[in-house]
Structure formats: structure tokens, C-alpha cells
Design a protein around this ligand. Structure first.
Ligand SMILES: Cc1cc2nc3c(=O)[nH]c(=O)nc-3n(C[C@H](O)[C@H](O)[C@H](O)COP(=O)(O)OP(=O)(O)OC[C@H]3O[C@@H](n4cnc5c(N)ncnc54)[C@H](O)[C@@H]3O)c2cc1C
Ligand code: FES
Length: 262
């Protein structure tokens, strides 16, 4: 697989929920290579901030266009929101590993918190193409922040109860599983660290297979700076690098700490 580092043409950049955007750019080469779970290192800079690289999950591939989703946080995402169709965007990728959607399991349980929803439209499409059943639990601060596009069999949970289940996404999943039995489930989770920790504990207690996609902060994105360690439970080395060995990990293999926020 060839990593591409190129200036690509933005084709769309639109607001899809409160402070949440979807940006598309054109690249037949990336569109052909990218797989769900992988990410891109994007030069978000413009004239104001010339050197801001940030990692973003691939959200979907539509024809020869690639889409990312982002929520406004700081400098990088505000610079991204200034991009217009026709502008160029520096993109490095594909980076990282993929979700283990080719492992044997019966039903995929997608668990997303906030902008952690980003990788799941692409995973949903791949699962549907393979006719693998899936169910999705999406947690958001409130109804205005729910990003449902590209998802399937969606159960929403909001912190303020303005849509769906009133409470955390893990509590919503717990309540669902108390009422329904799912054959050979596998959880795919992405979101802020407290949510990932809760998903990890939930899966461990019930013996459910679980993969976590980490969104810890990164610098180089390609295994050089050592700036993205995650502590491992087992194996020869105590740490793995999120950018090259992740961002998707078996939840039993890693220890999560608060500094890995998303
Ligand atoms: C593998 C990977 C995939 C990612 N995928 C996505 C994605 O699909 N969509 C998306 O919106 N973001 C994603 N992120 C996070 C993204 O890379 C940026 O960190 C985020 O967009 C904030 O960038 P910024 O320049 O706007 O904020 P900054 O100016 O860098 O930060 C502003 C403030 O927010 C804090 N901060 C920075 N990043 C985060 C964070 N992730 N969570 C909480 N606080 C933070 C900083 O410490 C700082 O105080 C991903 C991160 C990784 C490692
Ligand atoms: S971000 Fe530099 S080694 Fe992972």
C-alpha cells in the first residue's frame, strides 16, 4: 500500500450538526486504498496558521471522493471550517490499521460518542456490503449534535435527554441488551476516553469481543516522534504507538488513561 502525500481539491465542506462539519476532497488513489478505521493526517493550515497537521478518521468514500467529519475544537478545526470547494488540502494517508470487521462475529455493535461517530459511516457500508447485521448506539451532548448520516439501525442517547435515551451511550446499550439477545456480538467503539473506558469495562464484564478506536493526540502520525503511546496489557513491549499500531485496538490489549482524550 502506497502512502500518498498530496495537495488535494476540496469538493464540499458543510455544516451537518451543531459545530460539526463534513469535508470532502477528491482523490481516486486514496478512495481506492482507504479502509474503515484508518485515518489521514491533514494539513489544516491556511494563510493564518501555516503548519497545523491533525489526524482525522476517514468517514466515508463516495466514488473518487473521501469524506472526513470534524467538530470545532481549536485552531486546526477552525482552519478546516474555512476551506471552500476548489481550495486545496494537504493530505497524508492512508495511515493506521483498520477495524477488525473481517474477524468472525455475528452482529456488529457500533458504539459512538460525539465526533467519535466519524469512522462509522464507512464501517457501516462495509458491513452492509458483507451482509453482516449491525446495530448502532450513538451518544451526543444533545439532539442538535446528533450526526445520523450514513449510520444504520440507530439508537440515540443524549446527555440532556433531548433525543432518544436520556443518559450515556453505554447505559443505552446496557438497557437494550437487557431486553434483546444478540448472537456473537462484537463491539466497535470510538469516542472520548471516559466512554471508551466504559465500553472496555462493559465488554470485559460480559465477555463481548470489543475493539476501540483511540483518538489520542498525535504529532507526526507516522511512527517517528513517539508522541502517541498507549499502554499495553500484554505482549513483549509495554507501549504501542497509536499512529502505526492503531488507532484500532482489541480492548483487552490496552490500558486507558485520562490523557488519551478525544
Ligand atoms: C487517529 C485519530 C483520529 C481522529 N479523528 C478525528 C475525526 O474524525 N474528527 C475530529 O473532529 N477529530 C478527530 N481527531 C482529533 C483531531 O485530530 C484534533 O485533535 C481535533 O480536531 C482538535 O484539533 P484542533 O486543531 O481544532 O484543536 P487544538 O487547537 O489542537 O486544540 C484545542 C484544545 O483542545 C484540546 N484538544 C485537542 N484535541 C482534542 C481532542 N481530540 N479531544 C479533546 N480535546 C482536544 C487541546 O488540548 C487544546 O487544549 C482524531 C484524532 C486521532 C488521533
Ligand atoms: S504520532 Fe508520532 S509516533 Fe505516533
Amino acid at each position: 500500500m502506497a502512502v500518498i502525500n498530496a495537495d488535494l481539491r476540496v469538493t464540499a465542506n458543510e455544516l451537518i450538526a451543531e459545530e460539526t462539519w463534513a469535508l470532502r476532497f477528491q482523490s481516486p488513489e486514496l478512495a481506492a486504498q482507504l479502509r474503515p478505521g484508518q485515518f489521514l493526517n491533514i494539513l489544516t493550515s491556511d494563510q493564518i496558521d501555516p503548519l497545523l497537521r491533525r489526524p482525522y478518521s476517514i468517514s466515508n468514500v463516495i466514488g473518487d471522493e473521501c469524506e472526513i467529519m470534524y467538530s470545532l475544537v481549536g485552531k486546526g478545526t477552525h482552519a478546516l471550517a474555512r476551506k471552500r470547494p476548489g481550495d486545496t488540502l494537504g493530505v497524508l494517508g492512508p495511515l493506521g490499521n483498520t477495524f477488525g470487521y473481517e474477524k468472525p462475529f455475528g452482529t456488529a455493535i457500533i458504539v459512538a460518542g460525539g465526533i467519535g461517530v466519524a469512522p462509522f459511516p464507512f464501517l457501516t457500508r462495509e458491513l452492509q456490503q458483507r451482509e453482516i447485521p449491525l446495530i448502532t448506539f450513538l451518544g451526543a451532548r444533545n439532539a442538535a449534535r446528533v450526526v445520523a448520516r450514513g449510520l444504520a439501525n440507530l439508537h440515540v442517547a443524549t446527555d440532556d435527554g433531548s433525543e432518544g435515551y436520556h443518559g450515556t451511550v453505554i447505559a443505552a446499550l446496557d438497557a437494550y441488551l437487557a431486553m434483546h439477545s444478540i448472537a456473537a456480538p462484537m463491539i466497535f467503539a470510538c469516542g472520548p476516553n471516559p466512554m471508551l473506558k466504559a465500553a472496555q469495562q462493559f465488554a470485559r464484564e460480559r465477555g463481548i469481543a470489543c475493539e476501540l478506536s483511540l483518538e489520542s493526540e498525535m504529532a507526526c502520525g507516522i511512527g517517528i516522534c513517539q508522541g502517541c503511546p498507549v499502554e499495553r496489557h500484554q505482549g513483549e513491549r509495554k507501549y504501542a504507538l497509536v499512529c502505526t499500531e492503531g488507532p484500532c485496538f482489541d480492548s483487552n490489549d490496552i490500558l486507558l488513561h485520562e490523557h488519551h482524550h478525544a
